[in-house]
Ligand binder design. Sequence first.
Ligand SMILES: Nc1ncnc2c1ncn2[C@@H]1O[C@H](COP(=O)(O)OP(=O)(O)O)[C@@H](O)[C@H]1O
Ligand SMILES: [Mg+2]
Length: 247
Amino acid sequence: MEPAIEIRDLRKSFGTMQALKGVSLLVPQGDFFALLGPNGAGKTTLINALAGLSRPDSGVLRVMGHDVLKDYRAARRSVGVVPQELVFDPFFTVRETLRIQSGYFGLRHNDDWIDDILFNLQLADKAEANMRALSGGMKRRVLIAQALVHRPPVIVLDEPTAGVDVELRQSLWKFIQRLNQKEGHTILLTTHYLDEAEALCRHVAILKQGQIVAMDEIRHLLQSYQSESLEEVFVSIMHQHGSQGDQ
Ligand SMILES: Nc1ncnc2c1ncn2[C@@H]1O[C@H](COP(=O)(O)OP(=O)(O)O)[C@@H](O)[C@H]1O
Ligand SMILES: [Mg+2]
């Protein structure tokens, strides 16, 4: 079975700053994978390249076997990305926003699934509200809903719980776990909450200054560092590799 995500020797610079210095990783289908690292490590740069939103300098990127550069449409169809930044057209309602997003993927009769997503993200009573009227936490839920409208086999979440209340966090994780465990979606997650990553994910890759400094099953990492928590392991790894992480 081909990997859900395949990245080989990915490089990307901004001017003289090398944001990704040759990153390789494989995420198997059905996995729940954490991509961790301090601010500025290159997580969002990697995700933007994977989503086809920015062009890497070199390297191979595939989603469900589809090359992101050569077969963009098929790759794009295979992945739903929840971006780190909140960006919306404020004039549409929540439902309109999700219908428009469905339209991008040629899905015209998607309301049953849209209703299911709205229900699971506790957005049902906001379906007719304008985007500009929503709180930050509600907007975050709509971003997540938008990433799911085309039922992508691979779901990528870039700090989906940053600045989000506990209630949403819990309902979000319940829903994402259902998509992973019951419906077989592959999940790639970045988060600053290492306890979240530890509770949810099977594998982890840790990025630092554009390079992977650790990659393993979380339980193996805990064993090899004889550690009680991923947070402890993370701090040790950051020490080993120069300075302390700023998570
Ligand atoms: N559009 C950009 N222009 C210039 N530098 C950028 C741009 N995007 C990211 N960077 C730089 O690339 C590095 C990696 O950033 P980013 O991928 O956002 O890290 P992370 O998501 O891990 O916090 C940082 O040093 C950041 O300042
Ligand atoms: Mg980021």
